[in-house]
Design a protein around this ligand. Structure first.
Ligand code: SF4
Length: 372
């Protein structure tokens, strides 16, 4: 089984925190969709796997019309074999979600929708530079439910510099009243190249204090648990049986192929990516836009540590010992101090982060990495 990721590099406006590859000039949308079909037809020849998940991310995929999706699915279905129950996700902005649009995308084949809510508070949304307001956020969830989506995910952002724990708690209260199947919640990061990063450097924004970040993460974990959700990855929660199969495939090293400028792929032990260059992409010169890197044993070890500790499944110790026998003794020695600190546990042959440990996952993973 394998996945397809398609990057739609268009947005109406730029959110202050976002470093995803996108342009706000929509004039090349038609050329882009044409080039996308060409790329799928060209590259599918080297990717001989049954497709179990398709994910349209961006950018703002909900700027694409349902008819264009139908054409893309026709191309994909003629090039790939799909599993019986393929998970097909679209990322959507709340203000794009209208009844007619939902009917169209359901008809074209989507069965999962991930809505970029980010916050239910107007003050947060304005500061973040989002196009929608709190009322549209709530209405979008009602609309997708009424349209018939049975697998709904929402995104929230916490750790906002102008906000506080009480406001995030109010966001979580609203979330838990909505009965959606999946939640992705990310701490705000200040990424170079974003307007938020510039404001941080100018001293307009400050990183939130660690105590507040920890408090908000704990609130998040508690509310999600009370809402009957499983915490299956650092930032992801779901109702039983609603794990994002697509994102899980990244964390479990299942092969996937990416299309569109700025997309990434992983298969045949190689990471591949398309340069984030829409102009080059629409020229159809796919050889020039594509780059790749062969993973060596150190890369593969580090990746398996990073991916394993991000998920509730953890690291399979027996498998790690077999695959990475050279690194294993040093790895087990280093793990001891984290076991003593109770930030990781051994559970039935798997090494896992505890909930407190997940908040320190970057430090733990960095410590267990092998240097190249
Ligand atoms: S957060 Fe989403 S809508 Fe906002 S600029 Fe980034 S990709 Fe576009």
């Amino acid at each position: 089984m394998a996945g397809i990721y398609i990057h739609i590099p268009f947005c109406f406006t730029r959110c202050g925190y976002c470093d995803f590859y996108k342009t706000t000039n929509l004039s090349k949308m038609g050329m882009f969709l044409g080039a996308l079909k060409d790329e799928i037809q060209l590259r599918s020849k080297n990717f001989d796997h049954v497709i179990d998940t398709v994910y349209f991310g961006g950018g703002t995929p909900s700027l694409v019309k349902p008819g264009a999706f139908e054409q893309l699915f026709d191309v994909m279905r003629s090039e790939f074999q799909f599993s019986e129950n393929t998970e097909i996700t679209i990322e959507a902005n709340p203000d794009d979600i209208k009844v007619v649009y939902c009917d169209g995308i359901l008809k074209s084949g989507f069965n999962r929708i991930s809505i970029g809510i980010q916050s239910f508070m107007d003050t947060d949304l304005r500061q973040m530079g989002r196009r929608h307001n709190a009322e549209q956020a709530l209405r979008s969830i009602e609309t997708v439910k009424k349209a018939g989506f049975k697998n709904i995910s929402i995104d929230l952002i916490y750790g906002l510099p102008w906000s506080d724990d009480a406001t995030f708690s109010r966001n979580l209260e609203i979330f838990s009243s909505l009965d959606v199947q999946h939640l992705s919640a990310y701490h705000l990061t200040f990424e170079p190249g974003t307007s938020f990063y510039d404001l941080l450097k100018k001293g307009v924004y400050k990183e939130v204090q660690d105590s507040s970040s920890t408090q908000q993460y704990k609130l998040l974990c508690n509310v999600a648990k009370q809402a009957g959700m499983e915490h299956y990855e650092i930032s992801n929660f779901c109702k039983p049986d609603y794990v994002s199969r697509h994102n899980s495939s990244y964390w479990h090293s299942i092969p996937y192929i990416g299309f569109g400028p700025g997309s990434h792929s992983y298969y045949d032990k190689k990471r591949r990516w398309n340069k984030p260059d829409l102009g080059l992409y629409v020229s159809g010169n796919f050889e020039k836009i594509s780059e790749e890197e062969q993973l060596d044993v150190t890369d593969m070890f580090n990746e398996s540590i990073m991916l394993g500790l991000r998920t509730s499944l953890g690291i399979n110790l027996l498998e790690t010992k077999g695959r990475f026998s050279t690194f294993y003794p040093e790895f087990i020695t280093r793990v001891q101090k984290w076991l003593e600190s109770k930030y990781v546990v051994m559970d039935d042959g798997f090494l896992k982060c505890t909930e407190e440990g997940w908040f320190l996952a970057d430090a733990i993973i960095g410590d267990l990495f092998v240097e190249k």
